[in-house]
Write a protein that binds this ligand. Structure first.
Ligand code: GLC
Length: 423
């Protein structure tokens, strides 16, 4: 008798759970739309929908990381359940942690096993795994192989060399009638992208990372000033005035249209530069960014995006399942091959199909694993203000309203005031 009761209880429970999972839910995810990002996200979601029978609305967000952050902050601070899964930048876990679910509670303690340790640590705030790594990013240098060959130059290894080669080729190409040719394009708009570009210039000159690991403000130094002054000298020379308003996509547009010798961008630009409608298909090389002077070193800024579940989601478990699916190995492999998004799973850097599609994932492996982080960990929830102060100051130098030395000294004052109150 007892046994029969128990058996029927189990049967009832499994019927209930079958009914529960048969009810299709509707989730919402926000993903980016830079380059092929949105299409890739939609394809991954379609596969999850087919697998689970649930449906997902995809909302796209502004391209600028700075604008995305303020949108998310508005949504989350209203405790809104509108978005279940959010694509969050590698510099945001500390800023948004309180609004995000601990994924290890839902997906298990080993949810992020096999992913790069540094990113998992970055996404773990007060012991809570607030986001799963989706793709990593590091700044790289794109160059026109055909033009370097035509003018008999090697790939530059210092910024100073890049400046000279870019100037020479730009002028020679213009003399041949290519009036739109530029030497170097990058991300010069006053937004998060400039924080990364300027950090790369400063760090590669040995000028540190704005704020160090212990939270000390280090930006006021000669090398940082020199790096910013060098970048300012590019404007109107090897770089157009317009670069002061470029994000990733504007820079890519110029380079992919065949109108720049060099470009600083993220790996995603590779597969687009190699696409059928690209003017530079098969003419592009990718290498590490130049060092700042003979005694400097190459410094690639660390970027990347993660997937997080909002604490206010009405379907936290399903949302976490979607995150696990999208960040899983099969999806990361597809994204790497199809659109050169860097996996966060180490094993995929030894995968032959991945390496064949994107050879520099192999040759620049060290660049990806040693990229320089922005100071989001030491500044915690003040990071947004720290970055704003840094990109505004860098923009002032680029646009000629301050010189490097004045800029880093003013910035130090501003950061010290922020530090006193926040970290
Ligand atoms: C890329 C990076 C991200 C960074 C942003 C800046 O999307 O992955 O980390 O904040 O560029 O523009």
């Amino acid at each position: 008798m007892k046994r029969t009761l128990l058996t029927s209880a189990i049967a009832l429970a499994s019927i209930a759970s079958a009914v529960g999972s048969a009810q299709a839910a509707q989730l919402t995810i926000s993903c980016g739309a830079v380059g092929a990002e949105l299409t890739l996200c939609q394809e991954g979601i379609r596969a999850w929908e087919e697998k689970t029978g649930h449906s997902v609305d995809v909302v796209s967000t502004p391209n600028s990381s700075t604008e995305r952050l303020s949108l998310y902050q508005q949504i989350l601070s209203a405790n809104s359940s509108d978005i279940d899964v959010m694509q969050i930048d590698v510099v945001w876990p500390g800023l948004l942690a309180n609004h995000l679910l601990d994924l290890s509670e839902v997906l298990g303690e080993d949810a992020a096993a096999g992913h790069f340790e540094t990113i998992v640590t970055n996404n773990t705030i007060d012991g809570r795994l607030v986001a799963m790594p989706w793709f990593t990013d590091a700044g790289v240098l794109y160059y026109r192989e055909d033009l370097l060959e035509k003018y008999d130059h090697d790939v530059p290894t210092t910024w100073q060399e890049l400046t000279e080669i870019a100037r020479e080729i730009k002028e020679a190409e213009r003399a041949e009638g290519n009036n739109r040719m530029q030497g170097f394009v990058f991300q010069g708009r006053a937004y998060e992208g400039l924080t990364v570009n300027a950090l790369e210039w400063v760090a590669s000159h040995g000028g540190g990372t704005i704020v160090d690991q212990d939270g000390e403000v280090t930006i006021n130094n000669e090398r940082a000033a020199e790096a910013l002054d060098l970048a300012a000298s590019w404007i109107g020379d090897i770089s157009p005035e317009g670069v002061l308003n470029y994000t990733e996509e504007e820079a890519r547009g110029v380079f992919q249209g065949g109108n720049a010798v060099f470009m600083r961008n993220w790996p995603y630009a590779w597969s687009l530069a190699q696409s059928d409608d690209s003017d530079v298909r098969d003419k592009v090389g990718v290498t590490q960014l130049p060092a700042g002077g003979e005694d400097g070193q190459s410094a690639a800024g660390l970027g990347g995006w993660n997937l997080a579940v909002s604490r206010y989601s009405e379907h936290p478990e399903l949302a976490a399942d979607l995150v696990a699916f999208l960040t899983g190995e099969a999806e990361q492999k597809r994204r790497a091959i199809q659109a050169s998004y860097n996996p966060t799973i180490d094993a995929l850097y030894q995968d032959e199909e991945v390496l064949e599609a994107v050879p520099f994932f192999g040759t620049l492996y060290d660049t990806f694993t040693n990229a320089v982080a922005r100071p989001s960990a030491p500044t915690g929830d003040a990071y947004g203000r720290v970055s704003n102060a840094f990109f505004s100051t860098s923009h002032d130098v680029l646009s000629g309203s301050k010189d490097g030395a004045q800029a880093v000294s003013d910035l130090e004052g501003e950061l010290l005031r922020l530090k006193r109150r926040n970290w």
